[in-house]
Design a protein around this ligand. Structure first.
Ligand SMILES: [Zn+2]
Length: 346
């Protein structure tokens, strides 16, 4: 039998409050997702003869296909609504030092017959497709933009991604990480705690805290947990027996044996240590720990409060880099009030 998420353990005597403050899991998006919309100058021209619109659209698009801007619509109603209702057509992107150009300079003949177009003008357009609804609203204020909404990101940003039941499970795992951090503090170690969970079963595979000392300066809570998960797989490198809170469990047989061949595998044919698993950690991991999570192929990370040098949101977003070969989801804010008083991972 799996322990249920609602299972009530004795509350930590040191816990400053019995009822946890309300918390919200907020997604830590990539820099591209969370940044402002980047605008680039482009040339557009009014369509003076509406009957030429489809021909012009075809000829201009063939000459200037804008392959990096598939989100930009080519035609928009004229912004100035005082005059007759006319259209404006996007012709091409402009360089950074763009000045006034004539139709003849922008549209080579005979590929484009510019009949029906008015004098070109400069306009700012969004350089990249919007990734969030907020970016979409901002982008289309400049030029009509298409948007393929990532429903998961939208509901995550609205705080609606997790059901009440999922939130209860998340809270229980984070409470376990908080307890591990408090036990570390009681032993004179840095108060950072972490738990690794197999999300489908809720099975806790590793519980650990920061164990660093003079002889082992790299034993941050996340490094301890990754090693503990590896120990549960018959691997691992560190002797963590002096730290009774740091413990591991072997993954349920069905999960471990049955799905190995489907999992992401390393060069030995073994799955990466944390493939498919969730990590709960009291405070945001440092760069070393975050990179260890990239290497071990964690699936999702939940942390309580940021760390000043954190690498999953604060200083870097190592979980969402297009130039690294593994990306994962990160949510912050789980039991943030309790976690904020614990040590940062530095
Ligand atoms: Zn660390």
């Amino acid at each position: 039998m799996e322990p249920t998420a609602e299972q009530q353990g004795p509350k930590e005597a040191r816990s400053p409050q019995r009822a946890p403050a309300p918390w919200q899991a907020l997604p830590v998006l990539s820099e591209q997702q969370s940044g402002a919309v980047e605008l680039v100058p482009a040339y557009a021209a009014p369509v003076l003869d509406a009957r030429q619109t489809s021909r012009l659209l075809r000829e201009v698009s063939a000459v200037h296909p804008l392959p990096a801007q598939p989100h930009l619509k080519r035609v928009r109603p004229r912004c100035d609504t005082s005059g007759p209702r006319t259209l404006e057509m996007l012709l091409c992107l402009a360089g950074p030092a763009a000045g006034t150009r004539s139709l003849a300079e922008l549209l080579p003949r005979p590929a484009v017959d510019p009949r029906g177009l008015g004098q070109p003008f400069l306009v700012l357009v969004p350089a990249r497709p919007p990734l969030t609804r907020g970016q979409f609203e901002e982008a289309r204020a400049h030029w009509p933009t298409s948007f393929h909404e990532d429903k998961q990101v939208t509901s995550a940003l609205a705080g609606q991604l997790f059901s009440a039941q999922e939130r209860a499970v998340m809270q229980s795992h984070m409470e376990q990480a908080v307890q591990a951090a408090q036990q570390a503090a009681a032993r004179g170690l840095r108060a950072v705690g972490a738990v690794v969970v197999e999300p489908a079963s809720g099975h806790v595979l590793a519980t650990g805290h920061d164990c660093r000392g003079a002889a082992s300066p790299l034993l941050h809570a996340v490094m301890v947990c990754v090693d503990l998960v590896a120990q549960g797989q018959g691997r691992g490198a560190h002797d963590l027996r002096p730290h009774p809170t740091c413990s591991f469990a072997v993954a349920p047989q069905a999960i471990w044996a049955g799905t190995v061949h489907k999992l992401d595998e390393d060069e030995d044919g073994l799955p990466y240590v944390c493939t498919g698993y969730d990590l709960y950690v009291t405070r945001e991991p440092c760069a070393m720990c975050a990179m260890a999570l990239v290497h071990s192929r964690i699936q999702r990370v939940f942390y309580g409060a940021p760390s000043p040098d954190g690498a999953l949101g604060t200083r870097f977003r190592l979980h969402a880099r297009p130039d690294l070969n593994h990306r994962f989801q990160v949510f912050r804010g789980i039991l943030e009030d309790q976690c904020r008083w614990l040590d940062p991972d530095t």
